[in-house]
Design a protein around this ligand. Sequence first.
Ligand code: ADP
Ligand code: MG
Length: 271
Amino acid sequence: MPVIELRNITKSYGRGGFFRKKERFDVLKDINLDLHAGECLGLVGRSGSGKSTLGRIVLGLEPPDCGSVRILGNDVTGLKELPRHVRREVQVVFQNAIGSTNPRMTAGQIISEPLRNFDGLKGRKLKNRVAMLLEQVGLSPDDAGKLPGRFSGGQLQRICIARALAPSPKVIVLDEAVSSLDMLIQARVLELLESLRKKHDTAYLFVSHDLRLVNRFCSRSFLMNNGMLHAFHPELNADTEAREALNKLSSAILPPLPERKTGKEHAGMPN
Ligand code: ADP
Ligand code: MG
């Protein structure tokens, strides 16, 4: 059973200004997608192509106009809020770590939130679990007492990743989650996510505009273009327009990624 099943998803938004008549434009047209346990599925496309919209639909943050969404076999189409047991299984990391953390909460409080909410952890058990999560993302248990302002962008993003990992979800939507990190940190965070994926069978929906990352870390990838998904590569080769869109993304990419690192080096991550 796929962890996420999207069937015939359609979504349109109103466009147009004050004086012009509002018209609808289709951001997603009849999207079908299955995400399986333990896979990293890449979603690339130019800015504005609808990647985040699809991510929000997977997270239950936005309803589709048509079609159905199943999470772990539960039909959640049209629900205002996901049921608790489903909610804990789908977590998200956004690009903007600063915007997605409360500056007045310590790293420990940020990571504790899902542990309190979903698992009712408190006291020593909570503290130990937070310490473990901090270590998993290459930070120190001593960092638990620090406020977001004391971390670099890369460190804060790893705190967001620790928060997403906290309830041991089946799915994590990574919406440009590493895009703001410098290349070395980016590669290390991705290596970390990959090792966690292998260990816990977590599935990732890896949204990015960076083809290099998607090619390296995803087992299957799709291009989002004109509201439709095109699988790499057989379908893309047959579709001239989609292939051109992919070529545009490729030509925007210049520097190579740093060499792959072995698992041991996570512990001493800089930044
Ligand atoms: P991407 O993540 O690929 O950059 P988005 O999913 O954020 O793309 O947006 C796709 C398109 O839908 C864009 O043209 C964006 O302006 C539009 N859009 C997204 N959310 C809304 C909204 N809530 N209301 C109106 N238009 C929106
Ligand atoms: Mg986006």
